[in-house]
Design a protein around this ligand. Structure first.
Ligand code: ATP
Ligand code: MG
Length: 423
């Protein structure tokens, strides 16, 4: 068997690719990340760009975050960078701040993954020597294409794990033995599928084979970590990733009954899929949804039939559905409440526009703005334009003012002006 992908016991020579055999241009790298790397180099340390940035630059895609990894220890970084702050308990790393809330993460090469460390009993928690060589650091990572280094000083890509070959083959390959790596951290299954979906890569066979047998372990992962991973997918290229998670029957292990519904009912999921497509396109055009709007989109196709079938107490139906769903992802309470409010208002808008019955107090609700955006997204396939509003739609549909309409004086405040959230 080819063992390029399992951690060798002895130091191995990495594959090093220099210009013009790699496409990375320093112009595409965050200048602050470059500054840190050059400074560490002048101080006698080794420092590389790593992770998603190197992967994306190799693929000619714009990189998002520029993580740096170095042989400098967190304490040494703190001493040499006045605006460095140390974070993390088990594995300490430095955030070097640049004002405006911006920071670059500078980690130290290490031997063990976070997940492996989490598995160790508390009394042994912080290993005496968590730090390691660049090679060890590459091997603790999840997939080969995420474990490349870019050496700025020599303008070279450094590859210990066969990531360059996998980029050429367009393959997502787990580093090491997939069954072991999935058992150690089942969330890696999600990550494998994410990068395959985002990049249009194939999942390497040995990993794919192990997914069905290990997927259920995801449900036992920390709900907070599931939430973290979910947010990455709700922020970026959501549709392809969720479609792939569904294909591999992962949604049920994250969203409980909601996931089961999306997996067993193709029609229900295709409604979600089309919404996500609109969201992904809007995002590309620079129109961002808030996190509460994203969570409302995610659950709308699942809750809509439940709300529609119910009487009036949307709130009760919704909290019942979430309570009984057995979700494994831990969505913070406030976010659940906010996106729940959005869902309830969207359902009420839908009902008003179908029946002509409206409670105008709807327009006063704190979540009316996001709900209105979502209403357009769901029912019109786009976000509302400047001069569009739910109120205008309703007046158009029911010029007589609708049925059972109770006018509330408070409504007046909207007359003549745009609704407060119309940007
Ligand atoms: P992006 O941020 O574009 O989604 P990324 O590769 O930067 O991609 P992150 O989630 O930011 O992904 O993780 C940073 C790096 O940490 C990854 O590239 C990978 O090397 C490593 N990593 C993240 N999660 C795991 C994990 N569960 N097991 C092993 N390594 C991981
Ligand atoms: Mg990242």
């Amino acid at each position: 068997m080819d063992d390029t992908h399992s951690a060798p016991d002895r130091p191995a020579q990495p594959v090093v690719v220099t210009k013009p055999d790699h496409p990375i241009s320093q112009q595409d790298i965050d200048p602050d990340a470059l500054k840190i790397i050059y400074r560490l180099h002048r101080l006698g340390f080794t420092a590389y760009l790593t992770g998603g940035a190197v992967r994306d630059l190799m693929l000619g895609r714009p990189a998002k975050d520029f993580d740096v990894v170095s042989d400098a220890r967190p304490g040494q970084i703190k001493k040499r960078f006045p605006r460095a702050y140390i974070i993390g308990r088990r594995f300490r790393l430095a955030h070097v701040h640049f004002g405006g809330g911006k920071y670059i993460e500078v980690a130290t090469f290490r031997r063990i993954s976070d997940q492996a460390a989490r598995e160790t009993p508390a009394e042994e928690s912080a290993p005496a020597h968590p730090y390691g060589t660049p090679q060890e650091d590459a091997f603790r990572r999840d997939i080969t294409i995420n474990a490349l280094y870019y050496d700025v000083i020599n303008d070279a890509v450094v590859d210990y794990v066969g990531g360059l070959a996998d980029i050429a083959r367009r393959t997502v390959r787990v580093i090491g033995n997939p069954a072991e790596r999935f058992t150690e951290d089942p969330i890696r299954i999600w990550r494998v599928l994410r990068y395959a979906a985002r990049l249009g890569f194939a999942v390497e066979e040995a990993a794919e084979r192990e997914i069905p047998g290990h997927a259920h372990l995801i449900a036992a992962s920390s709900g907070a970590r599931l939430y973290e991973e979910l947010n990455k997918d709700l922020a970026f290229e959501t549709r392809p990733v969720l479609e792939t998670l569904r294909k591999y029957a992962i949604l049920r292990h994250v969203f409980g009954k909601a996931g089961e519904a999306y997996e067993s009912d193709a029609e229900l999921f295709s409604r979600l899929s089309s919404l996500l497509d609109i969201v992904d396109r809007a995002r590309t055009a620079g129109l961002l949804l808030t996190i509460e709007e994203m969570y409302a989109v995610l659950f709308w196709p699942w809750v809509q039939p439940l709300l529609e079938a119910s009487g009036v107490d949307y709130h009760k139906v919704l909290s019942g559905a979430f309570r009984d769903a057995g979700m494994r992802v831990n969505i913070p309470r406030n976010l659940r409440a906010d996106s729940g409010q959005v869902l309830i208002i969207v359902a009420a808008m839908d009902r008003a526009l179908r029946t002509g019955r409206i409670r105008w107090s709807l327009l006063q609700r704190p979540h009316f703005g996001p709900a209105q955006r979502l209403y357009f997204l769901i029912f019109k396939g786009r976000l509302p334009g400047k001069d569009e509003s739910f109120e205008a739609l309703f007046r158009q549909g029911f010029p007589g003012g609708g049925k059972g309409m109770k006018r509330r004086r408070r409504r007046r405040s909207f007359r003549g002006g745009p609704l407060p959230d119309q940007k």
